[in-house]
Design a binder for this molecule. Structure first.
Ligand code: FES
Length: 123
């Protein structure tokens, strides 16, 4: 008997989505920056929410829409729209300091510190 991918997912109890996100994740890479990887994009952003400093590494990433939602009060930020807020109480953008090329390693510590300096320049 042949089964489809969605039937296989149901059989294993795995979550079912129409287009499962591939290689999507959020990771803290320095004290002030997170790396958001989704849809082939790799963005270095502020590690904290502009509203009340929620830790964005614990946020929900909608990889298909490239939205990152704060875990505290659920502001959502459009990562392809310059980090602009699309929902929730935040007033400011989620600051994006750089986009890394596909396959490039996470920058070394001294480069990450230099990129953290861009956060202050974006205020
Ligand atoms: S701290 Fe992020 S929405 Fe309030």
């Amino acid at each position: 008997m042949t089964t489809t991918a969605s039937e296989d997912a149901r059989d294993t109890g795995a979550p079912q989505t129409a287009h499962p996100p591939q290689d999507s994740r959020v990771q803290q890479v320095s004290e002030r920056l997170i790396l958001v990887e989704a849809g082939g994009r790799r963005l270095l952003t502020d590690a904290v929410c502009p509203h009340r400093k929620g830790w964005m590494r614990y946020g929900h990433l909608d990889a298909e829409r490239m939205l990152l939602r704060c875990p505290l009060h659920h502001s959502a930020f459009d990562l392809l729209g310059g980090g602009r807020r699309v929902a929730g109480p935040a007033c400011d953008v989620l600051r994006i300091v750089a986009e890394l090329p596909a396959g490039a390693p996470v920058p070394p510590e001294d480069e990450l510190r230099r990129l953290e300096g861009r956060l202050d320049a974006l205020d």
